[in-house]
Design a protein around this ligand. Structure first.
Ligand SMILES: [Zn+2]
Length: 49
């Protein structure tokens, strides 16, 4: 999700060398941001609307 406008229309445009961080670009406002890669199989049970 875009931290700037809150849009879910984000697209992965890059990835760090250690593969722990991805760069995503918002299709709504064009904001680029980096965020940690989600762990596979993580079941935190967090339902964020
Ligand atoms: Zn945005």
């Amino acid at each position: 999700m875009c931290p700037k406008c809150g849009s879910h229309r984000t697209e992965v445009v890059g990835r760090s060398n250690d593969l722990k961080t991805i760069t995503v670009r918002c299709n709504a406002c064009g904001e680029r941001s980096q965020m940690p890669v989600e762990k596979e199989g993580a079941q935190e049970g967090q339902a964020v609307g």
